[in-house]
Design a protein around this ligand. Structure first.
Ligand code: FMN
Length: 161
């Protein structure tokens, strides 16, 4: 029995998630980033997370090079930022109008994100079309706000309650 890509996507879009922008930086290439929902906690001791990045994405290549990255958890008002970092624009356009600063690892921290996790690359595993990128968390920044959510191919917000 096999599952085709459409069947796979139809099932996976029923998985509700937050939305992150994964970033990296080098002097030569400047800041890079991409929208990522494939983010997960891995381990608390040591503190590790993972993101799954398409092998074609240039942010993944920079992470491999620099061995550091940041995961920025978007707030409910950042739909535009999510779309800006989701392709169809160059990296300069992605960071235009976005308030960011370099963290301890050098990776860009988006100041309006509700959380930013600064990571050192631990391991990168090839899986299908993607890299599973595992990072050890070096620093965390938590801020006020509600999260941006993604479900059934659309942005959502937490219901008032
Ligand atoms: C809501 C949303 C979630 C996404 N999640 C992922 C993801 O988890 N992994 C991934 O590789 N691409 C994901 N993408 C697509 C990438 O953001 C997009 O392919 C990337 O920015 C392209 O970067 P590039 O121009 O460097 O190739 C997502 C896009 C959107 C709109």
């Amino acid at each position: 029995m096999s599952v085709d890509a459409n069947q796979f996507k139809n099932a996976l879009k029923l998985w509700a998630s937050g939305v992150t922008v994964v970033t990296a930086y080098s002097e030569a290439e400047g800041p890079k980033g991409m929208t990522v929902t494939a983010f997960s906690s891995v381990s608390a001791e040591p503190p590790q997370v993972l993101v799954c990045l398409n092998q074609s994405a240039d942010t993944g290549a920079l992470i491999q090079d620099q061995k550091t990255f940041a995961v920025n958890v978007l707030n409910a008002d950042q739909q535009t930022v999510s779309n800006q970092f989701a392709g169809g624009s160059n990296q300069q356009e992605r960071f235009a109008n976005v308030d960011w600063e370099a963290g301890v690892t050098g990776a860009p921290l988006l100041n309006q994100a509700i959380a930013s996790l600064e990571c050192r690359l631990v391991e990168q595993v090839k899986a299908g079309s993607h890299w599973i990128v595992i990072g050890e968390v070096q620093a965390v920044h938590c801020r006020e706000g509600e999260p941006l959510l993604y479900f059934n191919s659309a942005y959502r917000e937490l219901a008032a309650g």
